[in-house]
Design a protein around this ligand. Structure first.
Ligand code: A2P
Length: 277
């Protein structure tokens, strides 16, 4: 009897070829017509540091995997993996990836890497997470990592998007962190002060408008938060957005005296490009 079951299983496995490094989609959420997030099963052996990315994708029409770098948005303690993605209608991968449904399979190469990790920064008092668009993804992981609140007195996260609807993912995440039993306790009673969220829009009217680069260089950001300007002795920063944003912010941060760090040579700030396309 057992023997017979085995034979049937083998036959089925052969009939339905599974993808290499396949993971199963467990949840998909569409935030706007340009943004969606999804969750997949986590390979049992996968260990990663908050802020790292992996290569994920689908099998291409030519039978070769079509893979792109995606930051893991979920914290390392989560039993599943979460990703936050743009939908590009003529993008080779996201034009197809945006249609995934629970139960579908994606390819995930379980080799996490990246520079937006605590190890690439020297100890400091205040940490800044600067994100635009889907560049928020690595911070969704770091913001749910207890180490972030253990290592720093103050955590300031800025998120700039074109319109208000595009801020909803980060807004809900911050709200959930504040009300989370464990993280909420770590952040402390005055959790509006230890974890500060600064959302801005550039193309739709909202409570705070403007590119973060402008708000940072003209001092508006510090005035709004009621704090001293950034200094290399106290401040650490992580940046994730488009190439243009990353370059502009690098220059501004260097102007404050911060130096770029790396895993092998920690310093005051680190940068990574958000996935686009
Ligand atoms: P803007 O609307 O002025 O281009 P996108 O959706 O195109 O990825 O952009 C996300 C956000 O990043 C937008 O609000 C956009 O502002 C902003 N942004 C794009 N490039 C830069 C840059 N070089 N410096 C500052 N902000 C930028």
């Amino acid at each position: 009897m057992n023997e017979q079951v085995k034979v049937t299983d083998t036959a089925t496995a052969k009939a339905v070829p599974t993808l290499p490094d396949a993971q199963t989609v467990t949840e998909v959420k569409h935030w706007t017509d340009r943004l969606f997030s999804f969750r997949v099963t986590r390979p049992q052996s996968l260990r990663f540091r908050s802020g790292e990315f992996v290569m994920i994708g689908l099998m291409g029409d030519n039978g070769r995997p079509l893979l792109r770098a995606y930051s893991i948005a979920s914290p390392s303690w989560d039993e599943e993996l979460e990703f936050y993605s743009i939908k590009v209608q003529d993008g080779p991968l996201t034009s197809r990836l945006q249609h995934i449904q629970p139960g579908d399979e994606i390819i995930l190469r379980p080799k996490p890497v990246g520079t937006l990790v605590h190890d690439a920064l020297l100890p400091g008092k205040r940490i800044w997470f600067f994100a635009t668009g889907t560049g928020f993804a690595p911070f969704a992981s770091l913001l749910r990592d207890p180490q972030t609140y253990e290592d720093y007195d103050e955590v300031i996260v800025t998120h700039t998007c074109r319109d208000v609807a595009e801020l909803e993912y980060s807004r809900q995440l911050i709200e959930n962190i504040r009300s989370d039993e464990l993280l909420g306790e770590l952040i402390g009673e005055d959790n509006l002060k230890k974890l500060r969220y600064y959302p801005t829009t550039t193309r739709e009217q909202s409570a705070k408008m403007g590119r973060i680069t402008t708000l940072l260089s003209d001092g508006t950001l510090f005035k709004d938060l009621g704090i001293e300007r950034m200094a290399p002795e106290t401040d650490r920063a992580m940046v994730c957005g488009s190439l243009g944003l990353n370059n502009d912010l690098k220059e501004i941060l260097e102007g404050f005296g911060l130096r770029e760090g790396a895993n092998s040579d920690p310093a005051e700030y680190v940068v990574e490009k958000a996935f686009v396309g």
